[in-house]
Design a binder for this molecule. Structure first.
Ligand code: SAM
Length: 363
């Protein structure tokens, strides 16, 4: 008689949690060491020695790592003809976790929680006790990592895929004619520089609070001969007060640069202040609902809330800040955009970026 499969108990789920949590860590290490790429290129079952020869890594460590990968169902193990065990990364797994996977590469994200843990585990625990925030400066490795991810995405998508969708194609026409554009929270300036190169008739200004990031941006503009791009150190939350840039820009972008600010409402008011009356603003921010209930079935809800807990919320809480967190959600975002003075806000999904929404705003 066929045995009925029993529903999983919570204890079974706990076992899964311990296994998958550990697997994420081991995969993050393997990803960083290039092991998945080496196995993917082999494209056939091979010995641990083969993998070490190709990767230049230590056999004892690689063997232990292979144990985690085989038990976790990431790598297959088969007996070789000479009694050696052989290890194989199925092609379908390589398709979503190696560097060749491009925009389908989920493997790269296995590094995110381990990196955040290394940067901030103790400080986040302290936050549970005293409610304090954490300064950006405590996350150097994490920001380098996120910077690299962001760079790859902007290079692939910004000019050819995203900008043509803005304002029904009108924006690209205007950029070709020559307009004034600002990228808020520009970091090392990639978005500003990519746009400046693609649209030489327009003028571009990157604003950020980080002097260090702006130095890199200025050097890159110089190196690439982009004299239509400039960079200024500004606190977005002060723009409405200083008002020297009032009504300066036809188009403003903010990529992933609002939810972890300490004064996000003031920053949005500042953006409204520096936008011309007939200008448009693109805020690209995380695709989520406001409130836990709306995110219960989000396919990456647990992951995103945890990233927020470990980084976005505490950096937003620094200096008595708002601490919105990454999962502030579209309803709150729309409400704050309206409070900041935008009368029309359209929210669009981004086919090229399922993590984010495009809030297209008019004054
Ligand atoms: C997550 S990064 C996003 C960087 C970039 N827009 C991208 O897409 O790669 C957020 C940026 O916002 C900047 N930022 C944070 N608070 C700011 C403020 N009050 N005013 C201006 N920039 C700020 C940070 O320095 C950082 O460069």
């Amino acid at each position: 008689m066929k045995k009925e499969s029993q529903p999983k108990s919570f204890a079974d789920k706990m076992v899964d949690i311990l296994n998958y949590g550990s697997l994420n860590l081991a995969m993050g290490l393997g990803y960083r060491a290039g092991l998945f790429d080496v196995m993917d290129k082999k494209n056939r079952p091979c010995t641990a020695n083969d993998i070490c020869e190709k990767s230049g890594l230590d056999l004892r460590y690689v063997n232990e790592w292979l144990g985690a990968m085989v038990c976790g169902g990431i790598v297959e193990m088969v007996d070789g003809a000479d009694g050696h065990q052989l290890f194989n990364l199925p092609k379908a797994h390589g398709d979503v976790l190696t560097r060749r996977a491009g925009s389908n590469n989920l493997g790269v994200y296995t590094q995110e929680i381990p990196l955040l843990t290394a940067c901030a585990m103790d400080r986040v625990f302290q936050g549970f006790l005293d409610g304090g925030g954490i300064s950006y400066k405590h996350y150097p490795e994490f920001h380098d990592f996120m910077g690299q991810l962001g760079d790859a995405k902007h290079r692939e998508v910004l000019v050819d895929v995203f900008l043509p969708t803005v304002n029904g194609g009108q924006l690209v026409f205007d950029l070709q004619q020559g307009i004034d554009v600002c990228d808020m929270g520009c970091a090392q300036g990639l978005v500003t520089l990519l746009m400046a190169k693609a649209f030489p008739a327009s003028r571009f200004t990157g604003l950020d609070i980080s002097a260090e990031a702006l130095e890199t941006a200025r050097a890159a503009a110089l190196e690439n001969g982009l004299d239509n791009a400039r960079f200024e150190q500004r606190d977005a939350a002060e723009l409405a007060v200083t008002s020297d840039l009032s009504r300066s820009f036809d188009y403003i972008t903010a990529f992933d640069a609002i939810h972890d600010q300490t004064r996000p409402l003031e920053a949005l008011k500042g953006i409204n202040e520096i936008l011309k009356d007939d200008g448009v603003f693109s805020m690209i921010d995380i695709a989520a609902e406001t409130g836990i209930a709306g995110n219960k079935n989000h396919s990456m809800g647990t992951f995103l809330y945890t990233v927020s807990l470990m980084h976005c919320m505490p950096v937003g809480l620094a200096n008595g800040g708002a601490g919105l967190g990454m999962m502030w959600g579209r309803q709150l975002a729309e409400k704050m955009l309206k409070q900041a003075g935008f009368s029309h806000v359209t929210v669009n999904h981004m086919p090229s970026d399922s993590f984010n929404l495009h809030f297209f705003c008019e004054k």
